[in-house]
Design a protein around this ligand. Structure first.
Ligand code: HEC
Ligand code: HEC
Length: 299
C-alpha cells in the first residue's frame, strides 16, 4: 500500500513538473514573439485637413471602426478592463497630448498601426482589433489618420495593456491570439468592393462583429470573458438566431437598443457606434447576415 502511494505521489509530482515546464516554455515563446520586430512595410499615407476627408474619417472612427468605443469619445483612452488571468486591456491615449501616442507616431506609423497592428517601434500591439481594419482602402485609412490627427490634444497617461500567464499559454496552444499584428497576418482580408448595399460589402463591415459574435457569428460566450459579461447572440438566420427578424427590427435595435420583443439590450453590444453607420452600410451588413448559413447558437 505504501509503495503504491509512493508511486502515485511520484506520478503526480512528475505531472505537476511537466505542467510547470509547459507554462514556462509557452510564456517564454510568447514574450520572445512580442519583442520581435514585425516585417511589414510602413504605410505611406499623410494626414490632410480637407473637411470631406475629415468627415469620412470621423464617420469610420465613430461607427464600424469603433475607435471611439475603445479609445474614448475624445480618443484620450479609457480605464483598464481586466480579463483576469487572460490579461488586461487598456486602450491608450492616441491624441497628440502628453501621454498620447499621437506625438510618438508619424503619419505612416499611425497608418501602419491601424492596418497591420504594429507599434511605432515595430513590435506587435495587443488587443487592437487589426483584422477588422486591415481591409480599409487607402483613402479610408488616410481619412481615419487625418481624423485622429485633427482631434484636440488631451493630456492623459494610461497604464499599458498586458497579457496574463493564462493568455500567453492559450495563445501558445492556438486557442486565442491577442497579438494584433501576428493574429491579423494569419487572415489576410482580401480586397473589398466599392461601398454598395450588398452582402459582398457587408462581409467586410461585419468583420467588426466577429470579435464578439464569433468567427461564424453564431454567438455564445467569448473565450476567457468574465462571467458577468453579456453573452453575444446568434446572428445567423437560425431559430436560435435572427430567423424571424426583419431589417426594420435590426435598425430599430441599433437606434433604440430595444429588441423586437421589447427587451432592452445589454450596453456591451455597441449599438451607439453601429447606429452611426449609413443606411447603405446597415443594409450591407443585414444582407450579409441574411446570406449566412443558419447555425445553431454557440461559437
Ligand atoms: C477593442 C478595442 C479597440 C478598438 C476598437 C481600437 N483600438 Fe486601438 N488600441 C487598443 C488597445 C488595447 C491598444 C493598446 C495596445 C498595446 O499597448 O499593445 C491600442 C493601441 C492603439 C494604437 C497605438 C498606441 C500606442 O500607445 O502605441 C493606436 C495608434 C490605435 N490603437 C489606434 C486606433 C484607431 C485609429 C482605432 C479605430 C480605427 C482603434 N485604435 C480601435 C484597443 C482598441
Ligand atoms: C463588443 C461586443 C459586440 C460587438 C462588436 C457586436 N456585438 Fe452584437 N451583441 C453583443 C452582445 C453581448 C449581445 C447580447 C446582448 C444582450 O444579451 O443583451 C449582442 C446582441 C446583438 C443582436 C441582438 C440579437 C438577439 O437575438 O437579441 C444583434 C442583432 C447584434 N448583436 C448585431 C451585431 C452586429 C451586426 C454587429 C457588427 C456590426 C455586432 N452585433 C457587434 C456584443 C457585440
Amino acid at each position: 500500500m505504501k509503495r503504491v502511494l509512493k508511486w502515485v505521489g511520484a506520478g503526480l509530482g512528475g505531472l505537476l513538473l511537466l505542467l510547470v515546464l509547459v507554462v514556462v516554455v509557452q510564456v517564454y515563446r510568447y514574450d520572445r514573439s512580442m519583442s520581435a520586430a514585425i516585417e511589414v512595410p510602413l504605410v505611406n499615407l499623410a494626414a490632410v485637413s480637407d473637411s470631406t476627408v475629415l468627415a469620412r474619417g470621423k464617420h469610420i472612427a465613430t461607427s464600424f471602426g469603433a475607435c471611439t468605443g475603445c479609445h474614448g469619445p475624445d480618443l484620450s483612452g479609457s480605464p483598464p478592463e481586466s480579463f483576469g488571468p487572460i490579461g488586461t486591456m487598456s486602450p491608450p491615449n492616441i491624441t497628440t497630448g502628453r501621454g498620447g501616442a499621437g506625438a510618438r507616431y508619424t503619419d505612416a506609423q499611425l497608418a501602419r498601426a491601424i492596418r497591420y497592428g504594429v507599434r511605432h517601434d515595430g513590435t506587435s500591439l495587443i488587443f487592437m482589433p487589426t483584422e477588422e481594419h486591415a481591409w480599409w482602402p487607402d483613402d479610408d485609412l488616410q481619412a481615419v489618420i487625418s481624423y485622429v490627427r485633427s482631434v484636440p490634444p488631451v493630456d492623459a497617461e494610461r497604464e499599458p495593456s498586458q497579457t496574463g500567464v493564462l493568455g500567453k499559454v492559450l495563445t501558445g496552444f492556438g486557442v486565442m491570439d491577442f497579438r494584433s499584428a501576428i493574429a491579423a497576418a494569419k487572415s489576410p482580408p482580401g480586397i473589398p468592393p466599392d461601398p454598395e448595399p450588398t452582402a459582398r460589402y457587408g462581409a467586410f463591415l461585419a468583420l467588426s462583429c466577429k470579435g464578439c459574435h464569433g468567427d461564424n457569428l453564431a454567438g455564445g460566450p467569448i473565450p476567457g470573458a468574465p462571467g458577468d459579461l453579456a453573452v453575444p447572440a446568434n446572428l445567423t438566420p437560425h431559430e436560435t438566431g435572427l430567423k424571424d427578424w426583419t431589417y426594420d427590427d435590426f435598425t430599430t435595435l441599433l437606434a433604440t437598443a430595444v429588441r423586437p420583443d421589447g427587451r432592452e439590450i445589454d450596453p456591451f453590444m455597441p449599438t451607439e457606434n453601429l447606429d452611426r453607420m449609413t443606411d447603405l452600410e446597415k443594409t450591407a451588413v443585414w444582407e450579409y447576415l441574411r446570406s449566412l448559413e443558419p447555425r445553431e447558437y454557440g461559437q
